[in-house]
Design a protein around this ligand. Structure first.
Ligand code: NOJ
Length: 478
């Protein structure tokens, strides 16, 4: 491994993206499809006050019906990959009854991706559960791993050999923390112990689904790559605070490392388990899907028991997104190199993105983070691709539609799609396979890509990215 540039990603150098590197966007069924009935939809109906703008995912962006045009638009940006999730509740609306029309729908999504030259990256579980499973204990039901494996096997059989990249579970650490410890998502538990049990349950579900996917693939003589999408959110202690330095390793271990180290060792590591061997766990990751958004500066906080005694302490000198998350591309480089050095698994960035209402931050965010990713490659990381979160503005969980991560805006009244300036910037990168040395500042002239067509954006302007500093907002991961 070559000596790294300490502390900063070089801004001046352009970077060529390696041959075969996947470039695309990511999405999740509940956030885009509409017409769903699952534990989230039930919560949105029963407790609409929980969603900040009072909205729901009932219609979402109607991707269920518009997926062909939507995928054409994304392919028009020059993407060669696309991540999406299959909705368990749609495919298995009642226990043991699999819906052939739903399966045909997802098979067509996969086929459309392939026809448009985009490698499908398919997630089996992205935060939501069928109501019938939620009602019998959800993740904590003892039967959950077996039920999840059965669903995974049906999906693998049905989608045939067209899917190579699988994500069993999206962000198990976030789901366990937010739904079982912070109590904000269904099933609204507020117990760190329940959160640990949820992490263990998600681990067992991952193992069971991995085995099912591999069994189907082996029978068909097909090779698959299976992982989770791991959310990495480093907790960096505030400089000069010994208490923060002592407190930060525990949440880091439980949130960022427990799941991965359990997979690496094949054991249910303490404090969640007692170190017992779990058959099928070792080697259950063929690659490592990485979702990265931000790094947290933390201070010691004896009252913050649901976050294991650390609280975020925003650094006013670091620019922040509309979600209040610090923007620090060099933290991304560090995360990729750290994960590579510890686990030695091929990496795929399954999500990276920014909430930004007016698309002022996004062009620079994307180019800076891609440059950081290429720097990690230069330092030795085996990085296979980068998927921006997300193609279209969509339902951002408790934030409703107010938080916008998309390259393409969606008019809430008409659902009309309109590519933003950042779509043109991303399209130019996808087309040229070169990350520009600097990012067009807000106001620079950029032609948006034509819907459906190959993008030929004109990008003018120069200078370092300018982030409006000092924004604040919700610190919740999601
Ligand atoms: C990660 C989650 O997987 C995704 O569903 C969410 O929208 C983004 N983070 C942004 O918060």
């Amino acid at each position: 491994m070559s000596g790294s540039v300490a502390g900063a990603v070089p801004a001046g150098a352009s970077r060529r993206i390696p041959e075969g590197f996947l470039l695309g966007t990511a999405s999740a069924a509940h956030q885009v499809e509409g017409g769903l009935w699952n534990d989230w939809m039930r919560m949105e109906r029963q407790d609409p006050w929980r969603i900040k703008d009072g909205s729901s995912a009932a219609a979402a962006i109607d991707h269920l019906h518009r997926y062909r045009e939507d995928l054409e638009m994304l392919a028009g940006l020059g993407q060669n990959a696309q991540r999406f999730s299959i909705e368990w509740a749609r495919v298995e609306p009642e226990p043991g009854r699999f819906d052939a029309a739903a399966l045909r729908h997802y098979a067509d999504v996969v086929a459309t991706c392939r026809r448009l030259g985009m490698e499908p990256v398919v997630t089996l579980h992205h935060f939501t559960l069928p109501v019938w499973l939620a009602d019998r204990g959800g993740l904590l039901d003892r039967a959950a791993p077996g039920l999840f494996a059965r669903y995974a096997a049906v999906c693998a059989e049905f989608l045939g050999d067209a899917v190579r990249w699988w994500v069993t579970i999206n962000e198990p650490n976030v789901l366990a923390a937010v739904a079982y410890s912070a109590g904000q998502w269904p099933p609204h538990r507020r117990s760190p112990v329940a959160a640990m049990r949820a992490q263990a349950a998600l681990l067992r579900m991952h193992v069971a689904a991995t085995r099912a996917l591999r069994d189907v693939a082996t029978r068909r003589g097909h090779r698959v790559m299976v992982s989770i999408a791991h959310h990495e959110r480093p907790f960096r202690p505030l400089p000069g605070s010994a208490a923060a330095r002592l407190a930060a390793p525990l949440p880091h271990y439980l949130f960022n490392r427990w799941f991965l180290r359990s997979c690496a060792t094949g054991r249910l590591l303490p404090p969640v388990g007692g170190g017992q061997h779990l058959p099928g766990l070792a080697g259950s990751l063929d690659y490592l899907g990485v979702n990265f958004y931000t790094e947290e500066r933390v201070r010691f906080d004896p009252r913050a028991y649901t976050t294991l005694f650390v609280s975020p302490q925003p650094d006013p000198s670091v620019p922040r997104s509309a979600a209040g998350w610090a923007i620090d591309p060099d933290a991304f480089r560090r995360v990729l190199t750290d994960l590579w050095r510890e686990f030695h698994l091929p990496l795929l960035v399954t999500e990276n993105g920014v909430a930004d209402e007016d698309d002022e931050l996004r062009p620079a965010y994307i180019t800076d983070h891609l440059r950081a990713a290429m720097e990690a490659v230069r330092e030795g990381a085996d990085l296979r691709g980068y998927l921006y979160w997300t193609g279209f503005d969509n339902f951002e969980w408790l934030d409703g539609y107010a938080m916008r991560f998309g390259l393409i805006a969606v008019d809430r009244a008409t659902l009309e799609r309109r590519p933003k300036r950042s779509a043109a910037v991303y399209a130019e990168i996808c087309r040229s396979r070169v990350i520009p040395p600097c990012t067009p500042p807000p106001g620079a002239e950029v032609s948006p890509p034509a819907p459906g067509g190959r993008a030929r954006p004109r990008v003018r302007g120069s200078g370092r990215p300018r982030y409006p500093a000092g924004r604040t907002g919700s610190p919740d991961p999601g």
